[in-house]
Design a protein around this ligand. Structure first.
Ligand SMILES: *Cc1c(COP(=O)(O)O)cnc(C)c1O
Length: 405
């Protein structure tokens, strides 16, 4: 059942929308929760039924929906509140919260049948590549990888049964940028869905649904929750019928987010705007510093001017985010930097308050085939930095001693 109905146009500013639903929904929730300012954690598996509905049809209906919730695998007030918030931040009709980003992506695979073609970008999160190849492949889904940063090369593709195009922008870890509007048009002209993983920018900087995407994917683990303390995922949709289909699947397989983790994510989202602003400010200073280092051979950041990527970013995003990849002059130096950092943590995630340094080739992209890595120029000298909200001088000094020390 749906509890993410969003009356539009009442709360306009993003920072405010991280904290409040529409006044109408806020009044409703206060009346249901004793006026609690912090939304309560409904730590319960089941909800008492007030009775059996008169119009109950045996074998078809649930006995009673009048209390709003039956069983937490299906729906839970804390999770529903979080889903309303995330739908609101992405300008969607509905959001579904899952136990992880990968759980959200694997739900999506259930929308497709054997023989369906799905066109995916060449540069994707390693876990997505793995699930597409393994799980998707076993179910007979046909995944084609192409470079979406060159959409002019896609028009000659012969995919008779195209059902979806799937990409991230900016991509992980090379921060290549895909034109959402152009890919949505490409998909829609062929009767396919356009699915965008918006994890890297978060809804603070980018809303793919506004540029024609049909489904937005998030690893809520990252910027949305923002504290490296939980695993969560989201699907955000414009189409209610598709959302209901996915919700039924989520209930069937049992992949929804637990109430406590939903509550922590609500708490994390309260500071999303502040964290994104600060992390981006820090990222700009670090990029500037990295570009001056003789041992740094290449810096990838979508905020670097005078590139095609920059022009597309200006069109579809409100900022450039806090993810940077950079190439050092040798593999040995890259490995030494990973173990040499003292404030920055060598760990595999992103989007939290603490700055993390990652070695994509051996971590996030360990399961990606060599040809695919070559195609996006991902090598063993590249490090990925998820910039956090520490004092930026401390971060620069730490990088300095780890790279130049
Ligand atoms: C982390 C990540 C995922 C997977 O999310 P989990 O929450 O770790 O399951 C998917 N896409 C991107 C871009 C990610 O960074």
């Amino acid at each position: 059942m749906s509890s993410t109905e969003i009356p539009r146009g009442e709360i306009k500013e993003f920072e405010t929308r991280c904290l409040h639903l529409s006044p109408e929904l806020e009044r409703k929730r206060f009346s249901e929760t004793y006026g609690a300012v912090s939304f309560p954690i409904f730590q319960t598996a089941a909800f008492v039924h007030p009775g059996v509905r008169d119009d109950y049809i045996p074998g078809q209906d649930h006995i009673s929906l009048s209390a709003g919730h039956n069983y937490t695998r299906e729906s839970n007030p804390t999770r529903s509140h979080l889903e309303s918030l995330v739908a609101q931040l992405e300008n969607g009709e509905e959001a579904l919260a899952s136990a992880s980003g990968m759980a959200a992506i694997s739900l999506l695979l259930n929308l497709f049948d054997a023989g369906d073609d799905i066109l995916v970008d060449a540069d994707l999160y390693g876990g997505s590549v793995r699930i597409f190849n393994d799980l998707g492949g076993k179910r007979g889904l046909r995944f084609e990888r192409r470079d979406f940063t060159r959409p002019e090369n896609l028009s000659s593709l012969k995919l008779n049964n195209l059902k979806a195009v799937y990409f991230e922008t900016p991509t992980n870890p090379m921060t290549r940028v895909v034109d959402i509007e152009r890919m949505a048009k490409f998909a829609h002209e062929r009767g396919a869905l356009c699915i965008v993983d918006n994890t890297f920018l978060s809804p603070y900087f980018q809303n793919p649904l506004d540029f024609g995407a049909d489904i937005v994917v998030h690893s809520g683990t990252k910027f949305l929750a923002g504290h490296h303390d939980l695993i969560a995922g989201f699907l955000v949709l414009r189409d209610k019928i598709l959302a209901e289909r996915l919700r039924a699947l989520s209930t069937a397989v049992g992949s929804a987010l637990a109430p406590f983790d939903a509550w922590l994510t609500i708490r994390g989202i309260k500071t999303l705007a502040l964290r994104m602003q600060r992390a981006q400010e820090n990222a700009f200073e670090i990029v500037e510093w990295l570009q001056k280092q003789p041992r740094v051979k290449r810096v990838c950041y979508p905020g670097l001017k005078n590139s095609d990527a920059y022009a597309i970013m200006k069109k579809q995003a409100r900022g450039f985010g806090a993810m940077i990849s950079f190439e050092l002059d040798s593999k040995e130096r890259a490995i030494a930097a990973l173990t040499g950092v003292k404030t920055i943590l060598f760990a595999e995630s992103l989007g939290g308050a603490e700055t993390l340094l990652t070695y994509p080739i051996a971590q996030t992209h360990a399961s990606v085939p060599k040809e695919a890595l070559d195609a996006i120029q991902l090598n063993d000298r590249i490090l990925r930095l998820s910039v956090g909200i520490e004092n930026v001088q401390d971060l620069v000094s730490d990088l300095d001693q780890a790279i130049n020390g």
